[in-house]
Design a protein around this ligand. Structure first.
Ligand SMILES: Cc1ncc(COP(=O)(O)O)c(C=O)c1O
Length: 302
């Protein structure tokens, strides 16, 4: 994978607005003083490119706009980002190295010492094969407490609840901790033990005819995959609901899933070693609804 092709396109300021400019991916792009590098001060998005098509483009561009607004960064508008996405998809589809790729959009506040233009660019590269594998095989989770009460993030907007900021060092550390404990991913909980989300995915679970997720006002990131699945789950006779639940209640529910743009919908097999009930037919149906069915090739022989 290390020498697989990957692509970079930058949004620059042209005479009549933002322009897309392709960049050699092996060449440096950011200033050493860019606030992304010095402070993690910016926002990003990660989108799936599947068979030459971007999944959920509109929802991602909307969320990027909301993140930028929450950070007080006045970045390029959705049309400029859409042109950047098109350019990256064009590069990928000209020479794809697999059926799926991850397309990232990055917006930073710009140069630390010289207030001026923001930095805006995108990348596209092959998807980590672990993600489609997890979509097919499911995931084992470990619980990691965030140490804040469920209502805490409502009172602390400066902690940027629900913003997809570039400051993901905590999320990365949580993934490493989960891996060190032999799990596929972490499940964050509140101080009281209520479930939140994963470091890069939304938790869903079923309670009878309700497909549930964490209340957004607990400060979780509003997921584009969760939103798509909730919009369409009526087709399966289910209704979307936000509910505050403990880990135990989710373990005893009628099934649970971790979902994100790049992972798609993956069944939760266990939480802290406790088995969660499996419903392969519903998993496949939710994957169809999300726009990212499990690739046949990735399905395990088991
Ligand atoms: C913290 C967090 N929660 C949830 C998600 C899932 O969001 P989406 O479905 O838009 O990928 C992500 C995705 O990156 C995330 O970083």
């Amino acid at each position: 994978v290390s020498d697989a092709p990957r692509y970079v396109t930058v949004l620059t300021r042209g005479f009549s607005g933002p322009e897309v400019r392709r960049q050699d991916p092996s060449k440096a792009l950011l200033s050493a003083f860019d606030l992304a590098a010095t402070r993690g001060d910016g926002a990003f998005e990660a989108l799936l490119v599947r068979d030459g098509r971007v999944v959920g483009r509109h929802r991602h561009l909307e969320r990027l706009g909301r993140s930028a607004a929450a950070l007080g960064i006045s970045g390029p508008g959705p049309d400029a980002w859409a042109a950047l996405v098109d350019d990256l998809v064009e590069q990928w589809t000209a020479r794809p190295t697999g059926p799926e790729a991850v397309l990232k959009l990055v917006l930073t506040r710009g140069d630390e010492g010289r207030p001026g233009p923001v930095t805006a660019y995108g990348t596209v590269a092959a998807l980590d094969p672990a993600l489609p594998r997890q979509r097919a095989d499911g995931v084992h989770l470990v619980v990691l407490c965030l140490g804040v009460p469920a209502w805490g993030r409502r009172l602390t907007p400066w902690l940027l609840p629900g913003v997809k900021s570039l400051s993901y060092a905590v999320n990365q550390a949580a993934k490493r901790e989960a891996a060190a404990r032999g799990a596929d991913d972490a499940l964050f909980t509140t101080l009281e033990g209520l479930v939140l989300e994963g470091p890069s995915s939304t938790l869903l679970w079923r309670e009878g005819r309700h497909l549930c997720t964490t209340p957004m006002n607990y400060g979780v990131l509003p997921g584009t995959t969760q939103a798509e699945v909730f919009d369409r789950c009526g087709e399966l006779g289910l209704r979307g609901a936000e509910r505050g639940r403990s880990v135990r209640e989710v373990v005893r529910s009628d099934g649970a899933w971790m979902c994100s743009s790049t992972r798609g919908v993956a069944a939760v097999r266990s939480i802290d070693g406790e088995e969660v009930s499996q419903d392969p037919a519903l998993t496949a149906a939710l994957q169809e609804l999300s726009g990212v069915p499990a690739p046949v090739a990735a399905r395990s022989a088991a």
